[in-house]
Design a protein around this ligand. Structure first.
Ligand SMILES: *Cc1c(COP(=O)(O)O)cnc(C)c1O
Length: 410
């Protein structure tokens, strides 16, 4: 019997290679942080809620009877707001009736799109490291996962362009892009996006692009949707969500946009995953997309300050790091603190006891024994989407981290 859950569990780190169940590294680190009272910079969700005026709209909707199934494609109001958002920010024109689908977060959008458009015998290419649900969706579809490393170099974690050319072939049905990128904080450059676009065109592959951090970029770095590149709108499904943009991750209001016939295919799957959801949240997010620019700017500024605070603290403590241009995360090289034979995973498991801080190893976002997972073995990811007090506590504690004897002094 095919028990696809085993492949899914393995792809997302929920099971060991022998198929036995285990908690994800995220659950393990959070449990450890709670047990030891560590500052939890492991799991990446905000510790303060999104704008009160947006929450008030949802609360009023609940009181005023917006509590039954919304339309399967999402309320017309929200679909129009999503289309208007894409036009205003990126010049992307969408028909809200046929080219926009509201989903239960970006996670459902990605799963439904991969299930709709790939199957056994197809290859789906992602960057590596990758967000865990991308790998799980590919496994659920029974497709084959092929990866292209993002490699640490002085310019940041950059796309391995030679690997891209090898990875994308006529067997490729989908390339999943993620920019701004979790876990590295990379915002793909226009050259990198052009290379991915060219590879997709050569292979006649579709693109699914996960842009949930589209508004959370720093230092004036701009996010470019790959759908805006010449010729790419016709083969691209763009995914985003209100969770990260408005610090409302528990609402799970996401969306997917693109050509009508592809949205039709995704809708066919989505209607039997959740059908619809989040009725009272949809009018609130519709307003937030129209009137929430000041809130987005405030979040971006505050995240940028918190990024600087954490990055400076990590550098002071002796870490080498790559400054992220976007997202909630900074990745640091833990080599000065590793004992012989240890890697980032061992370091992350020991860190709560060692100094009272929790982080996650970057290898948790990689496939076992892959080129990327070897190159990134000593790296750990810290989140800065926590209040400044928690960050200051973490930074103070990290100063007490002792270098391993024999570790290279930088
Ligand atoms: C958080 C996150 C998601 C999940 O988005 P939801 O809207 O909560 O489903 C998807 N992709 C990336 C890269 C994320 O970091």
């Amino acid at each position: 019997m095919v028990q696809r859950w085993r492949d899914v569990a393995r792809a997302s780190g929920l099971a060991s290679p022998d198929g036995s169940a285990r908690p994800t590294i995220f659950a393990e680190m959070t449990a450890l942080a709670q047990r030891t009272g560590a500052a939890n910079l492991g799991q990446g969700f905000p510790d303060s809620d999104g704008p009160a005026w947006v929450r008030d709209i949802a609360a009023a909707a609940i009181r005023n009877g917006v509590n039954q199934y919304p339309p399967g494609r999402g309320t017309p109001e929200l679909r129009h707001a999503i289309a208007a958002h894409q036009l205003r920010h990126y010049g992307i024109e969408l028909d809200p009736e046929r080219e926009v689908l509201v989903t239960a977060g970006a996670t459902e959008a990605i799963a439904a799109a991969v299930l709709a458009l790939a199957g056994p015998g197809d290859e789906v290419v992602t960057l590596e490291p990758f967000y865990d649900s991308h790998a799980a969706a590919i496994a659920m579809a029974g497709a084959t996962h092929v990866t292209v490393p993002l490699t640490p170099d002085p310019d940041g974690f950059r796309l391995d362009t030679a690997a891209l050319d090898t990875a994308v072939s006529p067997r490729t049905s989908i390339i999943i892009v993620n920019t701004p990128h979790n876990p590295t904080g990379t915002v793909l450059s226009s050259r990198e996006l052009q290379l991915i676009a060219a590879a997709a065109q050569r292979a006649n592959a579709l693109i699914i692009t996960d842009e949930v951090y589209e508004h959370l970029t720093f230092d004036g770095v701009a996010h470019t949707p790959i759908a805006t590149l010449p010729g790419m709108a016709a083969r691209t499904l763009t995914v985003s969500s209100a969770g990260k943009t408005f610090s409302l991750t528990g609402w799970k209001i996401g969306w997917i946009t693109g050509p009508a016939e592809l949205i039709e295919a995704v809708t066919a799957i989505k209607q039997f995953l959740t059908y619809s959801g989040g009725a009272p949240f949809q009018p609130a997010i519709a307003r937030a997309l129209i009137d929430g620019d000041a809130d987005i700017a405030a979040l971006r500024d505050s995240l940028s300050t918190r990024r600087d605070l954490l990055a400076a603290g990590l550098r002071n403590a002796g870490f080498d790091l790559i400054m992220p241009a976007g997202t909630y995360f900074v990745c640091a090289d833990a080599r000065p603190f590793l004992s012989d034979g240890d890697d980032g995973a061992a370091f992350a498991r020991a860190l709560p006891e060692r100094v009272g801080v929790a982080a996650v190893p970057v290898s948790a976002f990689c496939r076992e024994a892959s080129t990327a997972s070897q190159a990134l073995a000593p790296w750990v990811r810290f989140t800065f989407v926590k209040d400044e007090r928690t960050l200051r506590t973490a930074v103070e504690r990290l100063r007490g981290l002792e270098r391993t004897r024999g570790a290279v002094q930088r």
